[in-house]
Design a protein around this ligand. Structure first.
Ligand code: AHR
Length: 501
């Protein structure tokens, strides 16, 4: 089987924001996750420095905050001012108590420490345009106003200067506070966007797309929302979560086929609206929630850890443990996002710490990397520059109930000033793949393999745990060079990257 890097088939420049993350006030994400004042590694603000180091290593660029479902009931003003005066509130989305000890100031300070940019979501669930404007004024305005005086009194003279703003969250979902139909949401998002741009014309705006490709309104929702907001927004969002169900590993391993179709269908819907309007504007995609998430039991009901009793503070919610197969799927999802670099200009791995997360922590104890940490960190570090198509010839096929006959191997390449990276995945649950990477179309003579990594294990269900945090790590991938060709052997259920420089 051959994977030919097509040097001339440029997909697009990889936007750094594709390697974004997502932090929601949910479970132990903020409290007892990134913020644990009593922890031995905590800094003066109470942030765990061991977690900061791991987030830096992960390589997340832009971080979406503060939700998620949480944002649709959030009053941002609760999170500013003296901490002792901040109200405790019920978070209806996750049936928890929010103490508001971390808000915009603290989170921005944490972002400065980790070196990531803020992507802020406004509440269009229980609130309206006026509150979105208040937050934008507080965050981005330099002029002397009532809100900027409050900001200064709270210790921040200069604006936070937030570039990307989400107009609500998953407003198509019946579970969402303030859920609306597409027309009502489209009108509200348009009003909010127009007003926000009057205040700060330089911001980029994301309208809510569908919360999953299998939503009954998928497609129609995107078209209807964009018919109202086309001139007002830059992005439409996509959300997708995948999981193995009923022990069907092969079916789960081809999840990225769904992501590929999702992107194509949303692009088609957005371009249909552009065509109707005779516009050459292209709406970009913000894939601002994606990951593996074991949210459904085999019988299709929601997994039990979603609705705690008694309104606890920072309960253990959505603390999925990821195995090697999950990491391979995450690697394939990243390959797929890069294959659409021309239209997917922003994406957020959901989420970051403890909650369906690549990083786990124990209160008072260690922090460690889940298996899914590695495909993300390697792709973020090596997958910059320009995305190029990789043509696969003679790949074995796997059978999927949802997608039919599917290539077992998927790949993409990126090229930057320092070299080329080839990302490849073997999605077969049973068969190894012998692969020839054909570099003829690159200036291969001057390129040497500088690093090559693989994630796999004879038992693809093994995971990193508190007791054994380094059970799974990237292994060096053996690469045999023959002229313009590289020969690699990819075990069943494996993800790999070869870096040439
Ligand atoms: O990431 C967990 C939840 O998934 C988010 O709060 C919501 O937006 C989505 O349904």
């Amino acid at each position: 089987m051959t994977a030919r890097v097509r040097a001339a088939e440029i997909v697009g420049d990889v936007d750094a924001r594709v390697f974004g993350g997502f932090v929601e006030h949910l479970g132990r994400h903020i409290y007892d996750g990134i913020h644990e004042p009593g922890h031995p590694t905590a800094d003066a603000e109470g942030f765990r420095t061991d977690v900061i180091a791991l987030v830096q290593e992960l390589g997340v660029t832009t971080i979406r905050y503060p939700g998620g479902n949480f944002v649709s009931g959030y009053r941002w003003e609760d999170g500013i001012g003296p901490r002792e005066d901040r109200p405790r509130r019920l978070d209806l989305a996750w049936r928890s108590t929010e103490t508001n000890q971390v808000g915009l100031h603290e989170f921005s300070s944490w972002l400065e420490k980790v070196g990531s940019d803020l992507m802020l979501a406004v509440n269009l669930g229980t609130r309206d345009v006026a509150e979105a404007l208040d937050l934008l004024e507080y965050a981005n305005v330099a002029a002397d106003t009532a809100w900027t005086r409050v900001r200064a009194a709270n210790g921040r003279e200069t604006p936070f200067d937030v570039r990307m703003w989400c107009l609500g969250n998953e407003m198509d979902g019946p579970w969402q506070l303030g859920h609306r139909n597409a027309e009502d949401y489209g009108k509200l998002a348009s009003r909010a966007a127009k007003a926000m741009r009057m205040l700060d014309p330089t911001i980029e705006l994301v309208a809510c797309g569908s919360s999953a490709r299998d939503m009954p309104t998928f497609g129609a929702w995107e078209r209807d929302v964009l018919r109202h907001t086309f001139d007002d927004v830059d992005f439409i969002s996509c959300h997708a979560y995948y999981q193995e169900r009923n022990g069907q590993a092969q079916e789960f391993l081809v999840s990225a086929v769904d992501t590929d179709l999702f992107v194509r269908e949303v692009v088609a819907a957005a371009d249909e609206v552009a065509h109707e309007r005779g516009s050459d504007k292209r709406i970009m995609l913000s894939f601002d929630e994606w990951n593996v998430w074991y949210q459904f039991a085999d019988d299709g009901t929601k997994a039990g850890d979603l609705v705690p009793d008694g309104w606890p503070v920072a309960p253990r919610l959505l603390e999925d443990q990821y195995n090697v197969m999950d990491a391979v799927v995450v690697g394939d999802l990243l390959i797929t996002l890069l294959q659409h670099a021309d239209r997917v200009r922003s994406a957020s791995l959901a989420q970051l710490v403890n909650v369906i997360a690549p990083i786990m922590t124990e209160p008072g104890g260690p922090a460690w990397r889940q298996t899914t940490f590695y495909p993300f960190s390697l792709t973020s570090r090596l997958g910059r520059g320009t995305a190029r198509r990789v043509e696969i010839d003679g790949a074995p096929r796997v059978q999927s109930a949802r997608f039919g006959d599917v290539s077992a191997v998927n790949a993409v390449a990126t090229t930057d000033d320092a070299g080329t990276s080839v990302f490849v995945v073997n999605r077969s649950v049973s068969d190894a793949a012998e692969l020839v990477i054909d570099l003829r179309e690159l200036d291969a003579a001057s390129l040497a393999v500088v690093e090559s990594w693989m994630i796999t294990d004879a038992d693809y269900r093994v995971a990193n745990t508190l007791a054994d945090p380094d059970r799974v790590r990237p292994q060096t991938l053996e690469v045999i060079r023959q002229g313009d060709e590289l020969r690699v052997s990819l075990p069943a259920v494996s993800w790999a990257v070869v870096r040439l420089g």
